[in-house]
Design a protein around this ligand. Sequence first.
Ligand code: PLP
Length: 394
Amino acid sequence: MVNKEMALLGTQRSVIRELAEYGRVRAQEIGKENVFDFSIGNPSVPCPPQVTETAAELLANTDPVLLHGYTSAQGDQEVRERIAENLNARFQADVRADNLYITVGAAAALCSCLNGLVCPGDQIVVNAPFFPEYKVFIEKAGAEMCLVDADTEAFQINFPLLEQAVNPNTKAVLINSPNNPSGAIYSLETVEKLAELLEAKSALFGHPIYLISDEPYREIVFDGAEVPFLPSIYANTLVCYSWSKSLSLPGERLGYVLVGDQVEDAETVYAAVAGAARALGYVNAPSLFQQICSRCVDLTSDISVYETNARILTEALTGMGFRLVPPQGTFYMFPETLEKDDESFCRRARDMDLLIVPGSGFGCPGHTRISYCVPTERVERSLPVFQALADSYK
Ligand code: PLP
């Protein structure tokens, strides 16, 4: 007898992975160039050359026993010092190495925070549209996910609904900006309003409501857009970061949780995050990549192709009659579908070998996610297919 819920999670692929797998099989049938696969969010640009050079240098010149050995559970001290220094320089923050807990990517950062914070009966509030794995992470941490419908005008926050959703059982609000799937960035005005709401609710209910800020796309912004640094705006913020997207290293699994000194009872919260990471069996984040990422912490992959693709698709799709909020970052956009049923719309697209993901899985029906971390040439060749899809609704 096994845990049925786990067996189900292990057999059911996510809609995104299902579609990507379909694309792989279809490419074998009709040729890769004839499949317009915009399903998955795997960075398409290489990591900066310095990452590879640093890896080579470390492998050649470091004692392999040290380099490949266990690090302390929270991450190597010097690694955390380098990251803290970078954060302090960029955000005029006051981060110490001991505020950082190095993790196996953002997914482990989120799971460590959630498992560290959640007590029986707790709820975690999430704004739509949201990264679908949140539901798995939250429920496995023992909490109930409480979904707030999207602000589909701008993909900021639907404040009247958020206000209603936050209640005495709310342990945290989990946000993601720049956002997967909308590509929107929460403005300073939005995050200040959010902070005000959470401060008022925390005072009303007599306990802190944490803000968990999932930020794997922090550096992937267009036109110099700013992503506010939340610990300076709302004290009880826990940041979950990752180098999966900014350095194009999703397979290497490196990120961190930041629990700044401004968090109420910060030492206990940090201890709970560390305890959760221990209980979940993460042991420590990959040692070699701790060294590499912390030495390359000032760098970002060349993300210009994402910005180019965003511009081409925004212009073209708008011209074809799609309604969309232009993305400000990430490598996703989230237009409205041309029929109410987003799954039917995406099936019609799939029949044209255009692979885009229904919005329902992101908690926002009537939309579709286009993941444009692909070569610009593929974006350009896909435009007639998008046009044919739009024409089929006329
Ligand atoms: N959060 C969001 C919003 C994501 O889009 C992803 C990955 O796509 C993750 C978290 C997980 O990132 P990581 O690969 O660092 O675990």
